[in-house]
Ligand binder design. Structure first.
Ligand SMILES: *Cc1c(COP(=O)(O)O)cnc(C)c1O
Length: 417
Protein backbone atom coordinates (compact mmCIF):
# COMPACT_ATOMS: atom_id res chain seq x y z
CA UNK A 1 0.00 0.00 0.00
CA UNK A 2 1.27 3.42 -0.96
CA UNK A 3 -0.08 6.96 -0.80
CA UNK A 4 -0.49 9.88 -3.21
CA UNK A 5 -1.09 13.59 -2.81
CA UNK A 6 -4.58 14.98 -3.46
CA UNK A 7 -2.96 17.67 -5.62
CA UNK A 8 -0.82 15.39 -7.78
CA UNK A 9 -2.50 14.60 -11.14
CA UNK A 10 0.10 11.88 -11.79
CA UNK A 11 -0.56 10.24 -8.44
CA UNK A 12 3.10 9.65 -7.65
CA UNK A 13 3.23 7.14 -4.79
CA UNK A 14 5.14 7.33 -1.48
CA UNK A 15 5.46 4.80 1.34
CA UNK A 16 3.45 5.00 4.56
CA UNK A 17 6.49 5.98 6.61
CA UNK A 18 7.46 8.79 4.21
CA UNK A 19 3.89 10.07 4.17
CA UNK A 20 3.84 9.91 7.97
CA UNK A 21 7.11 11.81 8.44
CA UNK A 22 6.30 14.40 5.76
CA UNK A 23 2.82 15.18 7.08
CA UNK A 24 1.87 17.39 4.16
CA UNK A 25 2.92 16.44 0.61
CA UNK A 26 5.55 18.62 -1.08
CA UNK A 27 2.93 20.14 -3.38
CA UNK A 28 0.85 21.19 -0.36
CA UNK A 29 -1.72 18.42 -0.89
CA UNK A 30 -2.84 15.75 1.57
CA UNK A 31 -1.83 12.12 1.37
CA UNK A 32 -4.53 9.52 0.63
CA UNK A 33 -4.25 5.72 0.26
CA UNK A 34 -3.95 4.45 -3.32
CA UNK A 35 -6.90 2.12 -2.63
CA UNK A 36 -9.12 0.93 0.22
CA UNK A 37 -8.94 -2.81 0.97
CA UNK A 38 -12.29 -4.39 1.75
CA UNK A 39 -12.55 -5.67 5.28
CA UNK A 40 -13.28 -9.32 5.95
CA UNK A 41 -15.49 -8.85 8.99
CA UNK A 42 -15.65 -12.56 9.80
CA UNK A 43 -11.90 -12.55 10.46
CA UNK A 44 -11.99 -9.69 13.00
CA UNK A 45 -11.90 -10.28 16.74
CA UNK A 46 -14.56 -7.91 18.08
CA UNK A 47 -13.85 -8.88 21.67
CA UNK A 48 -10.82 -6.57 21.52
CA UNK A 49 -10.79 -3.04 20.06
CA UNK A 50 -6.99 -3.13 19.69
CA UNK A 51 -7.22 -6.36 17.73
CA UNK A 52 -9.81 -4.89 15.32
CA UNK A 53 -7.60 -1.81 14.99
CA UNK A 54 -4.54 -3.86 14.18
CA UNK A 55 -6.36 -5.93 11.51
CA UNK A 56 -7.88 -2.84 9.87
CA UNK A 57 -4.70 -0.73 9.94
CA UNK A 58 -2.05 -3.31 9.12
CA UNK A 59 -2.72 -3.38 5.32
CA UNK A 60 -2.01 0.37 5.12
CA UNK A 61 1.36 0.06 6.85
CA UNK A 62 2.50 -3.42 5.91
CA UNK A 63 5.45 -2.18 3.84
CA UNK A 64 6.99 -0.48 6.86
CA UNK A 65 5.62 -2.12 10.00
CA UNK A 66 5.32 -5.87 10.50
CA UNK A 67 2.15 -7.44 11.84
CA UNK A 68 3.32 -8.17 15.38
CA UNK A 69 4.64 -4.66 15.73
CA UNK A 70 1.30 -3.28 14.51
CA UNK A 71 -0.46 -5.33 17.18
CA UNK A 72 1.86 -3.98 19.85
CA UNK A 73 1.32 -0.39 18.67
CA UNK A 74 -2.46 -0.79 18.71
CA UNK A 75 -2.48 -2.39 22.15
CA UNK A 76 -0.50 0.49 23.61
CA UNK A 77 -2.32 3.25 21.68
CA UNK A 78 -5.92 2.09 22.25
CA UNK A 79 -5.85 1.22 25.93
CA UNK A 80 -9.14 2.85 26.95
CA UNK A 81 -12.82 1.99 26.38
CA UNK A 82 -14.70 2.92 23.16
CA UNK A 83 -18.36 2.38 24.10
CA UNK A 84 -21.49 3.06 22.08
CA UNK A 85 -23.90 4.19 24.75
CA UNK A 86 -27.66 3.71 24.39
CA UNK A 87 -29.98 5.96 26.33
CA UNK A 88 -33.70 6.33 25.63
CA UNK A 89 -33.25 4.60 22.27
CA UNK A 90 -30.55 7.05 21.18
CA UNK A 91 -27.02 5.82 20.52
CA UNK A 92 -23.81 7.77 21.07
CA UNK A 93 -20.32 6.63 20.13
CA UNK A 94 -18.27 8.00 23.02
CA UNK A 95 -14.73 8.86 21.94
CA UNK A 96 -14.07 10.68 25.19
CA UNK A 97 -12.28 8.22 27.45
CA UNK A 98 -8.71 8.65 26.24
CA UNK A 99 -6.04 10.41 28.30
CA UNK A 100 -7.10 13.92 27.23
CA UNK A 101 -10.82 13.16 27.06
CA UNK A 102 -11.34 13.89 23.35
CA UNK A 103 -11.30 11.88 20.13
CA UNK A 104 -8.01 13.42 19.07
CA UNK A 105 -6.33 10.92 21.42
CA UNK A 106 -7.01 8.12 18.91
CA UNK A 107 -5.06 9.72 16.08
CA UNK A 108 -2.34 11.30 18.20
CA UNK A 109 -1.56 8.10 20.11
CA UNK A 110 -1.35 5.93 17.01
CA UNK A 111 0.77 8.50 15.17
CA UNK A 112 3.23 8.87 18.06
CA UNK A 113 3.77 5.12 18.41
CA UNK A 114 4.26 4.64 14.66
CA UNK A 115 6.59 7.62 14.42
CA UNK A 116 8.73 6.38 17.29
CA UNK A 117 8.98 2.94 15.70
CA UNK A 118 9.89 4.29 12.25
CA UNK A 119 12.48 6.77 13.60
CA UNK A 120 14.17 4.15 15.76
CA UNK A 121 14.29 1.77 12.81
CA UNK A 122 15.86 4.47 10.63
CA UNK A 123 18.13 5.78 13.40
CA UNK A 124 16.69 9.28 12.99
CA UNK A 125 15.28 11.99 15.27
CA UNK A 126 12.56 14.57 14.79
CA UNK A 127 11.19 17.62 16.55
CA UNK A 128 7.39 17.93 16.45
CA UNK A 129 6.14 21.53 16.39
CA UNK A 130 2.53 22.07 17.31
CA UNK A 131 0.53 25.26 17.69
CA UNK A 132 -2.66 24.84 19.64
CA UNK A 133 -5.70 26.79 20.72
CA UNK A 134 -6.58 23.99 23.10
CA UNK A 135 -7.48 20.39 22.26
CA UNK A 136 -4.88 19.29 19.72
CA UNK A 137 -1.82 20.33 21.73
CA UNK A 138 -2.94 18.43 24.79
CA UNK A 139 -3.60 15.24 22.83
CA UNK A 140 -0.22 15.54 21.06
CA UNK A 141 1.75 16.31 24.24
CA UNK A 142 0.15 13.40 26.07
CA UNK A 143 0.63 10.99 23.14
CA UNK A 144 4.30 11.86 22.54
CA UNK A 145 5.33 11.98 26.20
CA UNK A 146 8.48 9.84 26.65
CA UNK A 147 8.50 8.69 23.03
CA UNK A 148 12.11 8.05 22.03
CA UNK A 149 13.88 9.99 19.25
CA UNK A 150 11.17 12.68 19.35
CA UNK A 151 11.05 16.11 21.00
CA UNK A 152 7.83 18.13 21.10
CA UNK A 153 7.43 21.92 21.29
CA UNK A 154 3.92 23.03 22.07
CA UNK A 155 2.98 26.66 21.41
CA UNK A 156 -0.15 28.21 22.86
CA UNK A 157 -1.37 31.81 23.15
CA UNK A 158 -0.62 33.22 26.64
CA UNK A 159 -3.77 33.72 28.77
CA UNK A 160 -6.07 32.55 25.96
CA UNK A 161 -6.56 28.88 26.81
CA UNK A 162 -8.68 27.65 29.71
CA UNK A 163 -7.02 26.66 32.99
CA UNK A 164 -7.78 22.99 32.34
CA UNK A 165 -6.45 23.16 28.79
CA UNK A 166 -3.29 24.83 30.04
CA UNK A 167 -2.75 22.02 32.55
CA UNK A 168 -2.91 19.52 29.68
CA UNK A 169 -0.24 21.48 27.80
CA UNK A 170 2.27 22.27 30.53
CA UNK A 171 2.53 19.47 33.09
CA UNK A 172 4.62 16.98 31.11
CA UNK A 173 8.36 17.71 31.17
CA UNK A 174 10.98 15.29 29.73
CA UNK A 175 10.71 15.47 25.90
CA UNK A 176 7.77 17.92 25.90
CA UNK A 177 8.50 21.65 26.07
CA UNK A 178 5.71 24.21 26.32
CA UNK A 179 5.75 27.85 25.26
CA UNK A 180 3.16 30.48 26.15
CA UNK A 181 3.38 32.97 23.32
CA UNK A 182 2.63 36.67 23.82
CA UNK A 183 0.16 36.79 20.95
CA UNK A 184 -2.83 35.04 19.38
CA UNK A 185 -3.35 31.49 18.14
CA UNK A 186 -2.72 32.80 14.61
CA UNK A 187 0.68 34.11 15.78
CA UNK A 188 1.50 30.64 17.12
CA UNK A 189 0.53 29.06 13.82
CA UNK A 190 2.64 31.58 11.94
CA UNK A 191 5.66 30.74 14.10
CA UNK A 192 5.29 27.07 13.17
CA UNK A 193 4.96 27.92 9.47
CA UNK A 194 8.00 30.24 9.63
CA UNK A 195 10.09 27.55 11.34
CA UNK A 196 9.18 25.03 8.61
CA UNK A 197 10.17 27.57 5.93
CA UNK A 198 13.59 28.16 7.52
CA UNK A 199 15.90 25.73 5.74
CA UNK A 200 18.60 26.07 8.39
CA UNK A 201 16.37 24.18 10.85
CA UNK A 202 16.47 20.43 10.30
CA UNK A 203 14.40 17.50 11.45
CA UNK A 204 11.10 19.26 11.99
CA UNK A 205 7.83 17.41 11.62
CA UNK A 206 4.20 18.08 12.40
CA UNK A 207 1.56 16.08 14.18
CA UNK A 208 -1.52 17.94 13.07
CA UNK A 209 -4.75 16.39 11.92
CA UNK A 210 -3.81 16.29 8.25
CA UNK A 211 -1.22 13.57 8.94
CA UNK A 212 -2.36 10.33 7.31
CA UNK A 213 -1.33 8.34 10.40
CA UNK A 214 -3.72 10.40 12.49
CA UNK A 215 -6.62 9.94 10.13
CA UNK A 216 -6.45 6.21 9.38
CA UNK A 217 -6.80 5.09 13.03
CA UNK A 218 -10.01 7.13 13.18
CA UNK A 219 -11.56 4.75 10.63
CA UNK A 220 -11.36 1.96 13.18
CA UNK A 221 -14.01 3.21 15.60
CA UNK A 222 -16.48 3.47 12.73
CA UNK A 223 -15.68 -0.07 11.59
CA UNK A 224 -16.06 -1.31 15.16
CA UNK A 225 -19.15 0.62 16.21
CA UNK A 226 -21.11 0.15 12.96
CA UNK A 227 -20.51 -3.59 12.89
CA UNK A 228 -21.50 -4.11 16.53
CA UNK A 229 -24.60 -1.98 15.92
CA UNK A 230 -25.48 -4.03 12.85
CA UNK A 231 -25.03 -7.31 14.73
CA UNK A 232 -27.23 -6.09 17.58
CA UNK A 233 -30.07 -4.36 15.68
CA UNK A 234 -29.77 -5.81 12.18
CA UNK A 235 -29.83 -2.28 10.76
CA UNK A 236 -27.16 0.01 9.41
CA UNK A 237 -26.75 3.25 11.36
CA UNK A 238 -26.44 6.82 10.09
CA UNK A 239 -23.41 8.46 11.72
CA UNK A 240 -23.86 12.08 12.79
CA UNK A 241 -20.44 13.66 13.17
CA UNK A 242 -19.65 17.05 14.77
CA UNK A 243 -17.23 18.47 12.20
CA UNK A 244 -14.71 21.27 11.71
CA UNK A 245 -11.72 20.25 9.60
CA UNK A 246 -13.86 17.24 8.52
CA UNK A 247 -11.11 14.74 9.33
CA UNK A 248 -13.34 12.67 11.56
CA UNK A 249 -16.04 12.59 8.87
CA UNK A 250 -13.48 11.65 6.19
CA UNK A 251 -12.41 8.67 8.32
CA UNK A 252 -16.06 7.56 8.43
CA UNK A 253 -16.38 7.74 4.62
CA UNK A 254 -13.22 5.66 4.37
CA UNK A 255 -14.63 3.10 6.82
CA UNK A 256 -17.79 2.89 4.68
CA UNK A 257 -15.69 2.49 1.55
CA UNK A 258 -13.94 -0.48 3.18
CA UNK A 259 -17.33 -2.16 3.58
CA UNK A 260 -18.53 -1.14 7.05
CA UNK A 261 -22.29 -1.39 7.52
CA UNK A 262 -22.93 2.37 7.52
CA UNK A 263 -26.16 3.66 5.96
CA UNK A 264 -25.03 7.24 5.49
CA UNK A 265 -23.03 10.05 7.05
CA UNK A 266 -24.26 13.44 8.21
CA UNK A 267 -22.02 16.32 9.26
CA UNK A 268 -23.13 18.49 12.18
CA UNK A 269 -21.50 21.90 11.73
CA UNK A 270 -21.61 24.89 14.03
CA UNK A 271 -22.09 28.35 12.46
CA UNK A 272 -19.06 27.72 10.25
CA UNK A 273 -21.06 26.60 7.22
CA UNK A 274 -18.47 26.27 4.46
CA UNK A 275 -19.40 22.65 3.62
CA UNK A 276 -23.13 23.37 3.75
CA UNK A 277 -22.74 26.38 1.46
CA UNK A 278 -20.89 24.17 -1.00
CA UNK A 279 -23.67 21.55 -0.89
CA UNK A 280 -26.27 24.23 -1.55
CA UNK A 281 -24.44 26.20 -4.24
CA UNK A 282 -22.03 23.78 -5.93
CA UNK A 283 -19.32 26.42 -5.57
CA UNK A 284 -16.61 25.81 -2.95
CA UNK A 285 -15.57 28.95 -1.10
CA UNK A 286 -13.36 29.16 1.98
CA UNK A 287 -14.51 31.58 4.66
CA UNK A 288 -13.04 33.31 7.68
CA UNK A 289 -13.80 31.29 10.80
CA UNK A 290 -16.52 32.39 13.22
CA UNK A 291 -16.10 31.94 17.00
CA UNK A 292 -18.76 29.64 18.51
CA UNK A 293 -19.40 27.64 21.68
CA UNK A 294 -18.11 24.52 19.88
CA UNK A 295 -14.71 26.11 19.36
CA UNK A 296 -12.80 23.00 18.22
CA UNK A 297 -15.02 23.20 15.12
CA UNK A 298 -14.41 26.89 14.39
CA UNK A 299 -12.98 26.28 10.95
CA UNK A 300 -13.78 28.32 7.84
CA UNK A 301 -11.50 26.42 5.45
CA UNK A 302 -11.68 22.72 6.38
CA UNK A 303 -8.34 21.15 5.49
CA UNK A 304 -9.60 17.60 4.94
CA UNK A 305 -12.16 18.70 2.33
CA UNK A 306 -9.44 17.95 -0.23
CA UNK A 307 -9.63 14.30 0.74
CA UNK A 308 -13.40 14.27 0.23
CA UNK A 309 -13.01 15.96 -3.16
CA UNK A 310 -10.54 13.20 -4.00
CA UNK A 311 -12.93 10.48 -2.84
CA UNK A 312 -15.95 11.82 -4.75
CA UNK A 313 -15.33 12.52 -8.40
CA UNK A 314 -17.64 15.52 -8.83
CA UNK A 315 -20.25 17.74 -7.19
CA UNK A 316 -23.09 15.32 -7.96
CA UNK A 317 -21.32 12.43 -6.26
CA UNK A 318 -20.35 14.65 -3.34
CA UNK A 319 -23.97 15.74 -2.94
CA UNK A 320 -25.22 12.15 -3.10
CA UNK A 321 -22.94 11.14 -0.24
CA UNK A 322 -22.57 14.14 2.03
CA UNK A 323 -25.26 15.85 4.02
CA UNK A 324 -24.66 18.63 6.51
CA UNK A 325 -26.57 20.88 8.89
CA UNK A 326 -25.45 24.01 10.68
CA UNK A 327 -26.21 24.48 14.40
CA UNK A 328 -26.29 27.89 16.13
CA UNK A 329 -24.96 28.70 19.60
CA UNK A 330 -28.55 29.03 20.90
CA UNK A 331 -29.37 25.57 19.54
CA UNK A 332 -26.20 24.20 21.18
CA UNK A 333 -27.27 25.65 24.55
CA UNK A 334 -30.83 24.34 24.19
CA UNK A 335 -29.60 20.86 23.33
CA UNK A 336 -27.17 20.67 26.27
CA UNK A 337 -30.06 21.68 28.52
CA UNK A 338 -32.56 19.23 27.02
CA UNK A 339 -30.14 16.30 27.27
CA UNK A 340 -29.59 17.16 30.91
CA UNK A 341 -33.24 17.74 31.75
CA UNK A 342 -34.47 14.60 29.99
CA UNK A 343 -31.61 12.17 30.71
CA UNK A 344 -29.35 13.75 33.33
CA UNK A 345 -26.66 13.36 30.68
CA UNK A 346 -24.04 16.13 30.31
CA UNK A 347 -22.64 16.62 26.81
CA UNK A 348 -19.99 18.97 25.40
CA UNK A 349 -20.91 21.77 22.95
CA UNK A 350 -19.52 19.82 19.96
CA UNK A 351 -21.48 16.69 20.76
CA UNK A 352 -24.53 18.94 21.24
CA UNK A 353 -24.33 19.93 17.55
CA UNK A 354 -24.65 16.26 16.64
CA UNK A 355 -27.47 15.65 19.10
CA UNK A 356 -29.35 18.69 17.79
CA UNK A 357 -29.12 17.34 14.23
CA UNK A 358 -30.45 13.95 15.35
CA UNK A 359 -33.42 15.44 17.19
CA UNK A 360 -34.31 17.94 14.48
CA UNK A 361 -33.62 16.08 11.22
CA UNK A 362 -33.11 12.36 11.85
CA UNK A 363 -35.55 11.49 14.64
CA UNK A 364 -36.76 7.89 14.39
CA UNK A 365 -33.96 6.71 12.10
CA UNK A 366 -31.25 4.33 13.35
CA UNK A 367 -28.44 6.76 14.10
CA UNK A 368 -25.28 7.14 16.14
CA UNK A 369 -24.11 10.58 17.28
CA UNK A 370 -20.36 10.84 17.76
CA UNK A 371 -19.39 12.34 21.16
CA UNK A 372 -16.11 14.13 20.44
CA UNK A 373 -15.10 15.50 23.86
CA UNK A 374 -15.90 15.01 27.53
CA UNK A 375 -18.18 17.76 28.90
CA UNK A 376 -15.75 18.40 31.80
CA UNK A 377 -13.30 19.90 29.29
CA UNK A 378 -15.90 22.58 28.53
CA UNK A 379 -17.21 23.02 32.07
CA UNK A 380 -17.21 26.82 31.72
CA UNK A 381 -19.92 26.48 29.04
CA UNK A 382 -21.73 23.34 30.20
CA UNK A 383 -22.04 23.88 33.97
CA UNK A 384 -23.95 27.21 33.86
CA UNK A 385 -26.41 25.71 31.34
CA UNK A 386 -27.20 22.57 33.34
CA UNK A 387 -26.87 24.24 36.74
CA UNK A 388 -24.71 21.36 38.00
CA UNK A 389 -21.05 20.47 38.27
CA UNK A 390 -19.67 17.97 35.76
CA UNK A 391 -17.49 15.30 37.37
CA UNK A 392 -13.86 15.61 36.24
CA UNK A 393 -12.35 12.47 34.67
CA UNK A 394 -9.47 10.97 36.65
CA UNK A 395 -6.81 11.75 33.99
CA UNK A 396 -7.70 15.39 33.82
CA UNK A 397 -7.89 15.68 37.58
CA UNK A 398 -4.36 14.34 38.00
CA UNK A 399 -3.04 16.92 35.56
CA UNK A 400 -4.71 19.77 37.41
CA UNK A 401 -2.74 18.80 40.51
CA UNK A 402 0.65 18.75 38.79
CA UNK A 403 3.14 21.57 38.58
CA UNK A 404 2.99 23.60 35.35
CA UNK A 405 6.20 24.39 33.51
CA UNK A 406 6.45 26.61 30.45
CA UNK A 407 8.43 29.52 29.00
CA UNK A 408 6.73 32.79 28.14
CA UNK A 409 8.10 34.10 24.84
CA UNK A 410 7.44 36.74 22.19
CA UNK A 411 5.93 35.63 18.89
CA UNK A 412 9.14 34.85 17.04
CA UNK A 413 10.04 31.32 16.00
CA UNK A 414 13.79 31.87 16.46
CA UNK A 415 13.18 31.86 20.22
CA UNK A 416 12.28 28.18 20.01
CA UNK A 417 15.69 26.98 18.89
C1 LIG B 1 -11.20 18.51 16.53
C2 LIG B 1 -12.55 18.42 17.14
C3 LIG B 1 -13.74 18.38 16.36
C4 LIG B 1 -13.72 18.49 14.85
O1 LIG B 1 -13.17 17.39 14.21
P1 LIG B 1 -12.67 17.46 12.69
O2 LIG B 1 -12.01 16.19 12.42
O3 LIG B 1 -11.74 18.65 12.63
O4 LIG B 1 -13.89 17.71 11.86
C5 LIG B 1 -14.96 18.21 16.99
N1 LIG B 1 -15.03 18.15 18.35
C6 LIG B 1 -13.94 18.20 19.13
C7 LIG B 1 -14.10 18.13 20.59
C8 LIG B 1 -12.66 18.34 18.56
O5 LIG B 1 -11.58 18.40 19.37
Amino acid sequence: MRFYSTRDKEKKLVSASDALLMGLAEDGGLFVPEYFPSIDFSSLDFSSYASVASSVLYPFFSEDIDEDEMKRICISAFNFPVPTRRDGGADTLELIYGPTSAFKDFGARFLSSCMEYILKKRGEKRTVLVATSGDTGGAVASAFFKKENIEVRVLFPLSRVSERQQAQLTTWGENIKSYAVRGSFDDCQKMVKDAFMDESIEGLTSANSINIARLLPQCVYYVYSSYLYFLTYNEMPVFIIPSGNVGNATACYWAKKMGSPIKSITLALNSNRTVLDYLESGVYKKRASIATLANAMDVGAPSNIERLFDLFSDYEEFKNNVSAYSVSDDEIRDTIKREWDEKRHAICPHTACGEYVRRKYLAGLPSIVVATAHPAKFYDIVEPIIGNAVAIPENLFRMLEKKQEYSVIDASYTLLF
